[in-house]
Design a protein around this ligand. Structure first.
Ligand SMILES: *Cc1c(COP(=O)(O)O)cnc(C)c1O
Length: 225
């Protein structure tokens, strides 16, 4: 964790500059890329420092933590749920989040559809894809995504905006490039606009490969304890 919350503004300035230069290298407009500041384990004072430095989008990976923090922070922020969502927790977050990054199974899609429709809402979501095939990672196998997408598209109350992946943890971010490229290709085939890919260790490469949302935690808030 950052030793002083003042470091957060400095870190953010550096991350934004990296995002900008990665975008320009790839011939993209920096404004196409949304920085999701991953605030898991960061207390509200730390998040306040990020908000003061202009952060508008926060990412949390646990429902309980997101629900506990939300009332402590100003309204109008965009909250992203980036971690696995248990089906029995859908009811708590259905009207609390801007985007779900981790739609990974039919049962979850059906529960979202049921809860959202009952309240006249539409939840925006990304399908999580396990491009690396690592057993420890969540997400659908790439080959299963087209049929899954076609089926969940029919559900009311749920709107699929794109795909999300976590690349394998590699020593050199370059090694993550093929996974990002594969996700972009899949999104292109399906006509999907958003790509949530890239974390502290690999977001520059992810942006070069088309990321529209990057999820960055430790590069902003410091290493998690
Ligand atoms: C924690 C987390 C991140 C951010 O990781 P950093 O390496 O701290 O940038 C991004 N995505 C998901 C799904 C996470 O759980």
């Amino acid at each position: 964790m950052a030793d002083s919350w003042a470091e957060i503004a400095v870190n953010l300035a550096r991350v934004r500059e990296e995002i900008r230069t990665a975008a320009l290298r790839a011939g993209r407009r920096p404004e196409e890329i949304t920085l999701v500041a991953v605030s898991k384990t960061v207390p509200p004072e730390g998040i306040q420092a990020a908000l003061a430095a202009g952060v508008t989008d926060l990412g949390e990976n646990r429902v309980q933590e997101l629900l506990a923090k939300q009332p402590e922070l100003p309204p109008g922020l965009r909250w992203h749920l980036i971690g696995t969502l248990q089906t029995n927790k859908v009811k708590y977050i259905i009207d609390r989040i801007h985007l779900l990054h981790s739609l990974d199974r039919w049962e979850l899609a059906r529960e979202i559809s049921k809860r959202a429709s009952a309240r006249g809402l539409v939840l925006k979501a990304l399908i999580q894809v396990n491009v690396s095939g690592e057993e420890t990672k969540h997400g659908l196998a790439p080959g299963d995504v087209p049929v899954f997408y076609r089926e969940v598209q029919e559900l009311p109350g749920l709107q699929i905006e794109g795909l999300m992946t976590m690349a394998p943890f590699v020593a050199d971010a370059e090694q993550a490039r093929p996974y990002f490229r594969q996700l972009r290709e899949l999104a292109r085939e399906l006509g999907l606009k958003h790509l949530s890919m890239g974390m502290s260790n690999d977001y520059q490469v992810a942006i070069e490969e088309g990321a529209t949302l990057v999820r960055i935690g430790s590069d902003i808030f410091g290493a998690r304890r």
